[in-house]
Design a protein around this ligand. Structure first.
Ligand code: DC
Length: 231
């Protein structure tokens, strides 16, 4: 492991709180937060816009050479996604694009297409990177791997609250069904399925508040990278 750069890999199912917790931990330690789900969502959006069916592997693969997927950070520090030069950060956050992202992320060519851009970040900066395969595939040498999870019901409740805030009319039943479908897709796909790395620390947030979850993750970062106040 590089002496000066720290990599934290946070994997887990949709709605476990990964992005909020990872973002808060990155901020606390001055690391860069990398949301890899947003990258898959951007490819999902491209497929949706092109009118390619979710399960059309050849159709999605054929789009890849024409896609410029990039990300950067805005003045507020938020990660922004760009698709062929257009800022699509808001457009990728709909339930429809969630399902597209889940489907396209099962395609090995899509995963290969996006791999280097994720690894490049950790080569040059200290990162907290969240996704599904960060500890297993993207950063197998990460200094700290966390598998963050919560029950499907609890995750659906949290996701519903987020959607409601944006005025999305989805019901709890719909959100729970989407969540289960995505879990199933993510866990059973052949390419880089969602699973905890053998050396990952399991954190179940079902009965933790957001603050408690953040503190738990930050305590793990502290312990691993800055023992006895070496920061
Ligand atoms: O974390 P998210 O809900 O924004 O991710 C969207 C989809 O992208 C999710 O269904 C699984 C996929 N994904 C992936 O396969 N690998 C990653 N590292 C991140 C996300």
């Amino acid at each position: 492991m590089n002496n000066t750069l720290c990599s934290v890999a946070i994997d887990g199912p949709a709605g476990a709180g990964k992005s909020t917790i990872a973002k808060a931990a990155a901020k606390r330690f001055g690391f860069i937060y990398v949301d890899t789900g947003a990258i898959y969502r951007t490819v999902g959006l491209a497929a949706c816009r092109a009118g390619v069916a979710k399960d059309d592997v050849q159709g999605v693969t054929a789009l890849l050479p024409g896609l410029a997927v990039r990300f950067d950070y805005g003045p507020d520090g938020a990660q922004r996604m760009h698709l062929n030069g257009e800022d699509v950060s808001g457009l990728i956050r709909t339930p429809e694009i969630s399902l597209y992202a889940s489907a396209v992320s099962a395609i090995p060519e899509v995963r290969a297409f996006l791999l280097d851009m994720q690894r490049e970040m950790a080569r040059t900066m200290s990162v907290v990177m969240d996704g599904r395969d960060i500890g297993t595939v993207v950063l197998p040498d990460a200094g700290l791997k966390i598998f963050l999870t919560a029950s499907a019901e609890e995750r659906a409740k949290r996701r519903l609250a987020e959607l409601r805030e944006k005025g999305d009319p989805s019901t709890y039943e719909e959100v729970l069904a989407d969540m289960r479908l995505r879990d199933h897709n993510d866990e059973t796909r052949a390419a880089a399925p969602l699973k905890a790395a053998e050396d990952a620390v399991l954190v179940d947030t079902s009965s933790l508040t957001l603050e408690q979850s953040i503190d738990r993750v930050c305590a793990l970062v502290e312990e691993r990278f800055f023992p006895e106040g070496t920061k």
